[in-house]
Design a protein around this ligand. Structure first.
Ligand code: HEM
Ligand SMILES: CC(C)=CCC/C(C)=C/CC/C(C)=C/COP(=O)(O)OP(=O)(O)O
Length: 329
């Protein structure tokens, strides 16, 4: 009862701007930005660098709405443990700034808006994929796995890999191999991304009984798993170049350069699994890595890049032909 009186008074003392801020925070906006970058990267490849601006805008807006809905339901479901964890205690629901019922209405409205926009402006496939992202994140990750399995984010991580499928489907109306490779890139990226963070905050998870891998199997085992997933992720990023051929030299160079740093950081953590700074550095880099990989895709897809790389390879071929004429083998 005391809690109700207390949260009621918190709610009633908020001005409109504070209420807007609370709803904004409920959607975990910083994570949405990277999800949208992957959606945009995928749209760019699918459209060969020439995306219809209206379609791009509506797809990104709808993707943001779907992810915001998923994150809001996650916050609603997890408000009990969020209250007990230092990192999440001040979120709008555990701190009583938003009522659970209002959060639910907000999440449903966001999902409906997202589905409608995608159906009207893109297609039904992209709309259904966005909804499947919400369902996977809420049911598979948050409800079934997060509190019950050390593999929670490996399987549940599939949710975070859906946005590129939404982008691809919005542009082409179907899902090609390249779209699934993009899905796989994020799928294998998620364990290093999240477990590095989980290594930093495992005490919080331990406190609330969430069986994250470092809590159950320890730092050494987690660093090994991070290393293995990194070793799988890197060749998967290269599948877009070979055999699929949807990306060229610019992306290849970016993917290899970014991979080298990822390997270096994952290796440092493997060699020193107790080191907080190594885990922190890998977590931060994982975000930077995904942003730059998507930027590499976008630049590679631009028609101007194709022209330039075409001219360069044409010039190299000419020189090679000339040399083979004058230098007898
Ligand atoms: C199920 C898979 C995933 C899990 C469990 C996970 C977990 C987390 C957690 C717990 C945080 C810290 C958030 C906070 O302090 O409020 C975080 C941060 C972040 N995650 Fe993930 N993540 C997953 C997938 C993804 C995906 C797919 C993306 C985007 C492609 C992503 C992007 C980010 C970003 C950008 C941050 C930093 C946010 C900030 O600046 O505070 N995550 N992640
Ligand atoms: C297409 C579509 C809508 C896809 C949805 C993708 C989506 C919202 C992914 C979010 C991934 C994420 C932030 C997980 C953290 O959850 P957590 O509960 O472990 O984090 P927390 O402890 O910070 O609450």
């Amino acid at each position: 009862m005391q809690d109700t009186v207390c949260t009621d008074s918190i709610r009633h003392h908020q001005n409109v701007w504070q209420v807007v801020q609370s709803y904004w925070q409920l959607t975990k906006p910083r994570i949405i930005i990277l999800l949208l970058i992957t959606t945009a990267g995928s749209m760019w490849i699918a459209a060969h660098g020439e995306v219809d601006p209206v379609l791009a805008l509506v797809t990104l807006l709808s993707g943001a709405l779907a992810a915001a809905s998923a994150n809001t339901i996650n916050c609603l479901y997890d408000r009990d443990i969020d209250y007990d964890m230092e990192r999440t205690r001040h979120r709008p629901l555990p701190s009583g700034r938003i009522q659970p019922r209002d959060a639910l209405i907000f999440a449903i409205a966001l999902a409906l808006l997202s589905f409608t926009l995608l159906t009207v402006f893109a297609n039904l496939l992209s709309a259904c994929l966005a909804m499947s992202g919400i369902v996977t994140y809420v049911l598979v990750y948050t409800h079934w796995l997060k509190r019950h399995s050390t593999q929670n984010i490996v399987i549940g991580g599939a949710a975070g890999a859906i946005p590129p499928l939404v982008g691809w489907a919005a542009v082409t109306g179907e899902l090609s191999w390249a779209a699934w490779v993009f899905f796989a890139i994020i799928f294998f990226w998620t364990p290093p991304h999240f477990w590095a963070l989980a290594m930093m905050i495992q005490k919080d998870y331990e406190k609330v009984g969430v069986p994250m891998l470092p809590v159950v199997e320890g730092q050494v085992a987690t660093a090994k798993q991070i290393w293995i997933y990194t070793l799988i992720m890197i060749p998967v990023t290269l599948l877009l170049v070979f055999p699929l051929g949807v990306m060229g030299a610019v992306y290849l160079v970016a993917a290899l350069g970014l991979a080298a740093v990822f390997l270096k950081k994952a290796w440092a953590l493997l060699k020193n699994p107790m080191d907080y700074d190594s885990a922190r550095s890998l977590f931060k880099y994982s975000i930077f890595y995904m942003m730059l990989l998507c930027a590499g895709m976008a630049v590679d897809s631009l028609p101007i890049t194709h022209q330039i790389t075409g001219q360069i390879s044409g010039a190299i071929a000419q020189h090679a032909a000339f040399l083979s004429e004058i230098v007898p083998l």
